[in-house]
Design a protein around this ligand. Structure first.
Ligand code: SF4
Length: 354
């Protein structure tokens, strides 16, 4: 029997979301596209968490929304494992999508906006069970109590309204609501960005515990790399709608390869007051409605060469687990070729450099 956990639960291939730009005036001709998400591909296996990071406007939230079909992708495939089969979500009608939606839940950034202030916490957490007619009312109420207790909210508070809770408690309620249907996939979009730093740590720890306990598969979207480091197994760095580097979390943080990842990581604050502060990437974020030729990062890249201004770098493997889109990074094949040449020339064993 095949190992289901080793197979992708989600396989995104060449996903694009382009928004048309129209001219002013009566005719309103299409003059271009905002390439919010451009040829994004990745696989995600059961129980793993993929972090998607990048500056505001890089396309990370749009990627999450296009995967869940909250917006319709322009092109590409989003294969999702359902009843042992891979189903392309991008090609399904809304009616066909409905039974799959309970398998995919989203946790939004703002816990104040994502909870209806007129509903009690108990009713809010129970609502997904009501919509899908799962269990009797007694069973639903019992399930609500259990899940509230698990996320650290006292079940007797279920008759209270959202305004009676702090930001951190509200995000716990949002997590309870997302988990009550036992989804196969959770997309957490800047789930802790609106919270105080001390509360952020509590919510991150809760998500990390739930991930282990329930074998959750998650996409964790964030602009804060220090948050991603604690919860993700793999990280994809996005710039101007594309993934520019993807690697296992430890490898990415230990040795970032792409110039954009390097500058993002160097801007993470260091608690040591003697370490000088780096203000991060300089220059303007690329305008996805009017991208420069070649590599979209080239106007901000200190390693930019002539080819960078002409050709968009293809995504390539630089080692077995790392993908990168940069002209100046050799591929795995090029590295082994160079090593072989050095070995032949010097008669010595060359150790592979990171
Ligand atoms: Fe910099 Fe060129 Fe690599 Fe783009 S392709 S990140 S401009 S070195």
């Amino acid at each position: 029997m095949s190992d289901q956990t080793a197979q992708p639960i989600l396989s995104v291939h060449d996903l694009c979301k382009h928004f048309p730009i129209y001219s002013q005036g009566l005719l309103k001709r299409q003059t271009g596209n905002v390439k919010a998400v451009d040829h994004v591909s990745f696989d995600l296996t059961q129980g793993k968490t993929l972090g998607i990071v990048g500056e505001s406007g890089c396309g990370k939230t749009t990627t999450g929304r296009a995967i869940l079909r909250a917006i319709n992708p322009t092109s590409g495939q989003v294969h999702f494992r359902h009843d042992g089969q891979m189903v392309d979500l991008a090609g399904l009608s809304n009616k066909q999508l409905k039974p799959l939606r309970r398998q995919m839940q989203m946790i939004f950034q703002d816990p104040f906006a994502s909870l209806n202030p007129r509903m009690t916490v108990g009713a809010l957490v129970r609502e997904p069970l009501d919509i899908y007619h799962i269990g009797t009312m007694k069973q639903r109420t019992e399930k609500v109590k259990q899940i509230l207790a698990r996320v650290g909210i006292r079940p007797e508070y279920s008759t209270r309204y959202p305004h009676a809770f702090s930001g951190g408690q509200r995000q716990r309620i949002v997590i309870a609501r997302a988990l009550i249907l036992q989804p196969a996939l959770i997309i957490a979009d800047e789930a802790v960005s609106a919270l105080d730093v001390s509360v952020q740590a509590q919510v991150i720890n809760l998500l990390a515990e739930l991930k282990e306990e329930l074998n959750l598969t998650m996409i964790f979207i964030a602009h804060d790399l220090s948050v991603v480091k604690h919860i993700c197994d793999e990280v994809a760095v996005m710039y101007a709608g594309r993934i520019v580097e993807k690697a296992p979390t430890q490898q990415l943080f230990a040795a970032p390869h792409h110039p954009y990842t390097q500058t993002l990581l160097s801007a993470v604050p260091n608690p040591d007051p003697d370490v000088p502060m780096n203000l991060g990437v300089t220059g303007e974020v690329a305008d996805v409605g009017n991208l420069p030729n070649g590599c979209a990062f080239h106007p901000r890249c200190e390693h930019c060469e002539a080819i960078c201004k002409q050709t968009i770098p293809a995504q390539r493997h630089t080692d077995n687990q790392r993908l990168i889109a940069c002209h100046l990074k050799p591929t795995l094949d090029e590295q082994s070729h160079r090593e072989h040449e050095n070995e032949t020339a010097n008669g010595i064993q060359v150790i592979n450099q990171p």
